[in-house]
Design a protein around this ligand. Sequence first.
Ligand code: BGC
Length: 353
Amino acid sequence: MNIEKRPFGEVCGKQVDIYTMTVDSGASVSIITFGGAVNKLLMPDREGKLADVVCGYDDLKSYTEAAGYQGALIGRVGNRIGKGRFTLDGKQYQLYINNGENSLHGGKVGFSHKVWDAEANVCGDACVLDLYYTSPDGEENYPGTLKLHVTYKLTQDNALSITYRAETDKKTIINLTNHTYFNLAGFASGKIFDHEMWMDADSFIPTDKGLIPTGEIRAVDGTPFDFREAKKIGRDFDLSYEPMAIAGGYDHCMNFVKREQPMGAPRIVVSEQSSGRVMEVYTTEPCVQFYSGNFLNSAQYPFKGGYPQGLQNAFCLETQRMPDSINHENFTDCTLDAGEKFESTTIYKFSVK
Ligand code: BGC
């Protein structure tokens, strides 16, 4: 196992580094301190051949300018907040509007666009990268100083885990996630439609045209959102089904059957036949935003090695709370009290078949 640190550029006078952590199988993850973004993830196929299974850019400038939140840590509140507005303990807050009429992924400069402090260590059977950022009271108009500590771990069994910890000095709202785009055949392999996915989710959240939840929690039965039996992502990719027509594909919060569950079993299993790669997702979070890369079409920002972006060439599995929770009484809680300790973990575990 080893860890390598190299400079990746500079933003607003701040140095950005890239950490590459490698385990004995040859699997490795590279993470940049800008947004704590996963830049590269090499995983073996059934022959032991490594491929990079995540999208990302070669240069820091693309990370700072492009939309898409490639690989990044997302917060304070991931996903959308309707009209960027919410009320907490009787006080109204107005966030920056950066997505149609709404606020997306933390506002104008969310955690995806901050330079995080970093420390890396080999520890037991894992390479560990600790990232720290303190979001000042009032940043992006959210209340409370929020202290964050995110730990990425790559373990000898080819699992990448992310643990999010947060503490505030004033009641606030949070929804922390990671925005990595996966393609298990390798990010430069075209469409994801042949990936097979199983997901332990029995309902999903339809949205309006601005992709804001309508408030309905709809059973997946008889809809393209039913992954309770493994099927190809492309099988029911049906843009005539209204929720998918609105979003241009899958871009919805899927709710796990048991909302609270320890990490004993995977919630999602994705496999890709040509490579044999399998990715299991374990999480303490109650939901996941399944996003099929419906806006991956920015010609201006090609991926690593100049590979062009393309719709549905990668997917995100953003574990989280329900979107826009603060504006829906029937949704999961997203508040964090002063002094309360928030912690959640998601593991993306790779194997072959
Ligand atoms: C959202 C998409 C959005 C994307 C930004 C995802 O989390 O669900 O609607 O376009 O982030 O790249």
